[in-house]
Design a protein around this ligand. Structure first.
Ligand SMILES: [Zn+2]
Length: 454
């Protein structure tokens, strides 16, 4: 009886332990006997011990050769893979006055292995959110944020442009987010002022601006491949914006693919990073993906019903648009794949971003779709993973982000399979280490359960 009680209580302890987070600022954590995918080289290191403490990787080396304290928590990771945490470089945190709804979105990212996000539609409260994440008061991925949108409505004059840029720099946003509708004159004022005060700008390319002017002005990132397909269409300068559709949706059949080389050469020579958000195009635009079926995917249970219904209606109204031609849109998706592959082959820096939460892209889940779309476009799994790890560190000028080495931040994914041979294994998560916080599989499952909407 005594033995049985002991076994029972030991079992309860173990099952609780597997559902609890562990803070590595109070205790060293050791991933023992793990296969490391360091991402600064295309190699794997087998039978390694990786020690993390206080949000950093403190030691890495062959199993049993690495020292750590007697109190360390040791995770037996034999047969498992350790990958740097992923980034969603085109994320949306709700731009609302209340911080509460932001927390669920942050959690969805973290529980799916996303340890860095770049917020693409800023709000004054995002500055507060950023500092609360930094201090550990709010649990969430490292947060880089733009200010409120610069677009055709918010920027009507050159004065609007200079005022907004200066104000956002002063407020402390990390970069400016550009949306459609900006004239080339106002864009010139944005770019000049941004350069003067020292703040990067990124996002959409307005139709009047066009991709060549955008490249020359020095976007930090061009997102969604915006303006790319349009630039391949002969005579585009004589067309109206309404004829093109979002991202060239209605005129992809007129694109001349021989222009891809010149475009990617120019992007590379001007050091413009590209965030494709192919998941958005595939899931929102593709004629073969039925909106009702997308709305029934298991991950949709983490979004509220109104949001999912809006997404279904958004896609249905696109499909019913008289300018929507399934064959043209299918061609658009194919050209986008060629553009992504050409960027990769020609040395243009790619960053992983899926645009979540936007049309059928659920935070955290959609980044794994994006990885698969990059592989479908022709990248190897290693090249796809680079866009969400080591490339992010390069983009941020941080050698300690997106790699596994001593001194790097302890943002890590413990995986049950090798993502270098099968990209879907990046979502086969045994646990996530985000800075100080270790989240084992049991905790992740329990927290996801809590986030399900009724
Ligand atoms: Zn977006």
């Amino acid at each position: 009886m005594k033995n049985l009680l002991f076994i029972l209580s030991a079992f309860t302890f173990l099952s609780c332990a597997s559902q609890q987070t562990v803070d590595n600022s109070v205790k060293e954590i050791v991933f023992r006997n793990v296969t490391v995918i360091p991402m600064n080289k295309n190699e794997v290191l087998t039978d390694q011990d990786v020690v993390v403490m206080n949000g950093k990787i403190t030691a890495i080396g062959p199993t049993s050769k690495v020292r750590y304290g007697a109190n360390a928590m040791v995770i037996d990771a034999k047969g498992k893979y350790l990958l740097p945490g992923l980034a969603e470089m085109h994320a949306h945190v709700p731009p609302v006055d209340d911080i509460e709804p932001m927390k669920d979105v942050l959690k969805l990212f973290a529980l799916n292995g996303v340890t860095t996000i770049r917020g693409m539609l800023g709000h004054p409260r995002h500055l507060e959110l950023r500092s609360k994440i930094q201090s550990g008061e709010i649990m969430g991925p490292r947060f880089i944020t733009s200010g409120p949108s610069l677009n055709g409505n918010s920027v009507k004059t050159r004065e609007d442009a200079t005022t907004m840029v200066k104000d956002q720099k002063k407020a402390g946003y990390d970069f400016l987010k550009l949306h459609p509708g900006i004239t080339k004159e106002n864009f010139a004022a944005i770019a000049a002022t941004a350069k003067e005060v020292g703040i990067p700008f990124a996002g959409h390319v307005s139709f009047d601006v066009g991709v060549w002017r955008a490249i020359n002005a020095g976007y930090a990132t061009i997102d969604h491949l915006d303006g790319f397909v349009e630039s391949l269409v002969p005579g585009i300068e004589n067309m109206k914006e309404q004829e093109t559709g979002l991202f060239g949706l209605f005129l992809a059949d007129k694109a001349d693919e021989s222009g891809i080389q010149k475009l990617t050469d120019s992007l590379r020579n001007h050091h413009i990073w590209v965030v494709p958000t192919q998941a958005l195009a595939e899931r929102w635009f593709h004629p073969a993906k039925d909106p009702d079926a997308l709305g029934k995917e298991p991950e949709m249970k983490y979004m509220d019903v109104n949001t999912v219904n809006n997404w279904i209606n958004t896609k249905k109204s696109l499909l019913n648009n008289p300018n929507y031609k399934p064959a043209t849109v299918t061609r658009l998706i194919e050209i986008r794949k060629k553009l992504i592959n050409a960027c990769n082959k020609n040395g243009v820096g790619l960053l992983l971003g899926s645009d979540a939460p936007q049309v059928f892209d659920v935070p955290g889940f959609s980044i794994h779709h994006e990885l698969r779309y990059l592989v479908d476009a022709g990248l190897t799994p290693y090249e796809a993973l680079k866009t969400g790890t080591v490339n992010v560190g390069k983009f941020l000028n941080r050698e300690d982000i997106g790699v596994i080495k001593a001194g790097a931040v302890s943002d890590l994914l413990l995986l049950n399979g090798n993502p270098l041979t099968d990209i879907s294994q990046a979502h086969n998560i045994e646990g996530v280490m985000m800075g100080n916080l270790w989240m084992p599989k049991g905790y992740i499952a329990a927290e996801l359960k809590k986030l399900e909407k009724k």
